[in-house]
Design a protein around this ligand. Structure first.
Ligand code: TRP
Length: 330
C-alpha cells in the first residue's frame, strides 16, 4: 500500500537544534523517501497551552519559516495551517461523539497535568481543550486518512487512541478510516541539551537553530562537561559534546573524534569542532530564515497555496462522513 505520511507541528516558540534534529530533519527525510506527505502547523493545538495572541501568531510564523528554510519542498509535500482547514474541527466534534470519556481519562498528557496539580481540586486549571486534545489530533490524522505518523515517543499513546477512535467509528458507521501507524523517532530523546537533559525550552538548556554565529558559539561553549584537562583521556560515553557531534557527523567523522578523545583533546577544542560542524549545517538555514523573515507575505502565500491544495480533499471527505452519520440534506 502507498504510504501517506502526516505529522503536525505544535507552534510554540522558535525551533531549536533539538527540534531540528528530532522533528524537522527526520520528517524531511521521510518526505523525500515517500510519495505523499502532509505537514501542518497545529495552531489550534497551540492555544491549549498559550492564550497570548502575539506569541501564538509569532510562533506560527517562525515555525513555518524554519521548516521552509530547512528545505521543505512544497511542491512535493502538502504544507498547511490547521486553522485553514475548518473541516478538521468539524471532524473533531464528530469523533468526540464516538469517543469514550474513559479513553480520554487514560491520556498521559491529561493525567500528568492532574498529578502535578497542587490544588485540592484535581481539575483545577485543566481545560476541556487539554482533556480532549487527543481527539483533535485524531481528526488531524483521520481527515486525510494518513497511513503513517512520525512522532516523538511521548505521542505514541495518541496514535493508539486515534486507532481506537477510528475503529469505533468504522464499527458504528462504515469502514472508512484507515488505522494509522506511528513512526517513532528515538532521536528526540537522545539529543541532550547544554546540561545533558533532553533539549527543551522548558529546561532552558537549548542550543538555538536560528541565532547568529556568535550566539551559537557562546551557547555551545556552555555545554556541561567534566573537569578533565587537555591531555587526559576522555570518555565519549554519555558525553554531551560527543552526542551532539554524533547527531551531525558522518560515521568517519565520529570515529575520528573518538580517537581524539582517547588522545586527550581539550574541551575547548572539542567544542570548537562541534561548533564548526553545527554551524556548517545550519548556516544556510539561518540565511534563508532571515531572508524569509523579512517577507512574511511570501509565507502567507505559501500557506494559502497549501490550504488550497488540501482543503478540497477535506471537504469531499467530510461530505462523505456527514452522509454516513445522517447530517445531510433531507
Ligand atoms: N500533539 C503533537 C505534538 O505535540 C502535535 C500534533 C498535533 C500532531 N496534531 C498531530 C502530530 C497529528 C502528529 C499528527 O507533538
Amino acid at each position: 500500500m502507498k504510504k501517506r505520511i502526516l505529522t503536525g507541528i505544535t507552534t510554540t516558540g522558535t525551533p531549536h537544534i533539538g527540534n531540528y534534529l528530532g522533528a524537522i530533519k527526520p520528517a524531511l527525510k521521510l518526505a523525500a523517501e515517500n510519495d505523499e506527505s502532509y505537514f501542518f502547523l497545529a495552531d489550534y493545538h497551540a492555544i491549549i497551552k498559550n492564550t497570548n495572541k502575539a506569541e501564538v501568531n509569532d510562533s506560527v510564523k517562525s515555525v513555518a519559516i524554519s521548516w521552509l528554510a530547512s528545505g521543505l519542498d512544497i511542491d512535493k509535500s502538502f504544507f498547511y495551517r490547521q486553522s485553514d482547514i475548518p473541516e478538521i474541527l468539524e471532524l473533531s466534534w464528530i469523533l468526540s461523539c464516538v469517543t469514550a470519556k474513559g479513553l480520554m481519562n487514560r491520556s498521559h498528557a491529561y493525567k500528568a497535568a492532574v498529578s502535578t496539580n497542587e490544588s485540592k481540586d484535581e481539575d483545577k486549571g485543566i481545560t476541556m481543550g487539554l482533556f480532549s486534545y487527543p481527539i483533535l489530533m485524531s481528526a488531524d490524522i483521520l481527515m486525510f486518512n494518513a497511513t503513517h505518523v512520525p512522532v516523538g515517543a511521548d505521542q505514541l499513546q495518541h496514535i493508539e487512541m486515534t486507532r481506537d477512535i477510528a475503529g469505533r467509528f468504522n464499527h458504528i458507521y462504515k469502514k472508512i478510516f484507515n488505522l494509522p501507524e506511528a513512526i517513532i523517532g528515538d532521536d528526540i530523546k537522545t539529543i541532550p541539551g547544554l546540561d545533558g537533559r533532553k533539549m527543551s525550552k522548558s529546561y532552558k538548556n537549548i542550543i538555538p537553530l536560528l541565532s547568529d554565529e556568535k550566539t551559537l558559539k557562546k551557547s555551545i561553549m556552555k555545554i556541561v562537561t567534566n573537569s578533565l584537562e587537555p591531555g587526559e583521556k576522555k570518555d565519549s560515553n554519555g558525553c554531551n559534546v560527543f552526542s551532539l557531534y554524533s547527531a551531525f557527523a558522518t560515521s568517519d567523522e565520529i570515529s575520528s573524534l573518538q580517537e581524539k578523545y582517547e588522545d586527550g583533546i581539550g574541551w575547548g577544542d572539542a567544542k570548537n569542532l562541534l561548533y564548526n560542524k553545527i554551524n556548517n549545517e545550519v548556516q544556510h538555514i539561518r540565511d534563508k530564515y532571515n531572508e524569509l523573515n523579512d517577507k512574511p507575505h511570501i509565507i502567507n502565500d505559501l500557506l494559502n497555496e497549501g490550504a488550497n491544495k488540501v482543503r478540497p480533499q477535506a471537504k469531499e471527505f467530510i461530505g462523505e462522513i456527514r452522509d454516513l452519520i445522517g447530517i445531510s440534506k433531507i
